[in-house]
Design a protein around this ligand. Structure first.
Ligand code: ADP
Ligand code: TRP
Length: 324
């Protein structure tokens, strides 16, 4: 077992990441690399539960890889790879599924949510938590940063790892811990949770001109220019404080003084965003245009991940009796 602790982050490639993904998931996950041996992977097998357009999936994988690299993921100090490049994960998922009661999967929140939307969801949705457990257990993961919505998946992962260890030998799998993220909710242009499906997102790497347009479309109060305004609780201010506390402090002071309109406040937010994202935007577009380079980074990551994956699978096969 490795001495340095490992953290693992899985990213489902379903859309071009927006500002909510950046502030709520990407930045906190990249910070983990300071204290853990960090592994990041693009969960393209998981995306197959919903995506039916091969070109969209292929393109999304590159969008996600370029976004994370441009946001600061260092592929030399960490590992970035594509889930489907390591087929060991589906083998481990099978072994784990034989250790899980169907009842536990039937109680899964995401499966139950899917059942509410359609009568007969695909079996990939039912088995989603098993594949996720395999993702985590294959790489000897100690810490998994997740939002509250993924907590149940982590509990299932811990359960199945402990069960397999109990039945087949305590040193077979590392039992991981969930690191529940306290990352604040990022609001969209309409003042509700920013989400791809709601059309209220601020695209991360849109041109300066487009970024400005998105910022100017944020809903605000209708006070007059002269009125003194309260910053707290408004979408413009809350977003700004998540991007740059210094810009937010300036905005708050000016709003409180009066003679400072919401358009002016939005201009400050735009400047904060442009300062945070400007260089990264250029990096993103250069990377996204070079799919060969992205393929090379992902292939190198897969090669390094494979070393760990094959060692885990050797232990698992040996433990359960699949050894040749
Ligand atoms: P969306 O909700 O737009 O479909 P995803 O489900 O792909 O986004 O989310 C991927 C990650 O980004 C998750 O870890 C989630 O917690 C984070 N995230 C998404 N939207 C927000 C938001 N508005 N505020 C904070 N974090 C978010
Ligand atoms: N289920 C996660 C999500 O929807 C993505 C994911 C797949 C994941 N496998 C993982 C996250 C393993 C952490 C660890 O966001």
């Amino acid at each position: 077992m490795p001495r340095v602790k490992t953290s693992l982050t899985g990213i489902k490639p379903t859309h071009v990441p927006h500002l909510g993904n950046y502030l709520g998931a990407i930045k906190p996950a990249l910070r983990l690399a300071e204290t853990y041996r960090s592994i990041y992977f693009i969960a393209d097998l998981h995306a197959l539960t919903t995506i039916r357009d091969p070109e969209a999936l292929r393109s999304s994988v590159y969008d996600v890889a370029a976004t994370w690299l441009a946001s600061g993921l260092d592929p030399d100090k960490t590992i970035l790879f594509k889930q489907s490049d390591l087929p060991e994960v589906t083998e481990l998922a099978w072994v784990l599924s034989c250790m899980l009661a169907t009842g536990q999967l039937m109680r899964g929140h995401s499966y139950k949510d899917a059942l509410e939307k359609e009568e007969n969801p695909n079996a990939g949705i039912f088995n989603y938590p098993v594949l996720m457990a395999a993702d985590i257990l294959l790489y000897d993961t100690h810490a998994v940063p997740v939002g509250k919505d993924q907590k149940q998946h982590l509990e299932l992962t811990r359960d199945v790892a402990a069960r397999l260890n109990h039945v087949f030998g305590e040193d077979t799998l590392v039992v991981p811990e969930a690191v529940i993220s306290e990352a604040p909710l990022v609001l969209g242009t309409d003042g509700t949770k920013m989400s791809k499906s709601k059309g209220n997102g601020i695209p991360l790497f849109a041109s300066k001109k487009k970024l400005r347009k998105f910022v100017m479309s944020i809903k605000t109060g209708s006070e007059t220019l002269e009125e003194k305004k309260k910053a707290e609780g408004t979408t413009v201010y809350e977003l700004c404080s998540q991007v740059s506390p210094a810009h937010a402090a300036e905005m708050k002071e000016k709003l409180a003084a009066g003679n400072f309109g919401w358009g002016h406040a939005k201009q400050i937010l735009f400047e904060a965003l442009d300062a945070e994202l400007g260089d990264k935007r250029d990096g993103y577009h250069a990377l996204r245009a070079d799919e060969d380079k992205l393929d090379a980074v992902l292939a190198d990551g897969a090669e390094r991940a494979r070393v760990v994956a094959q060692a885990t699978m050797a232990r698992v096969r040996n433990a359960v009796g699949l050894r040749r």
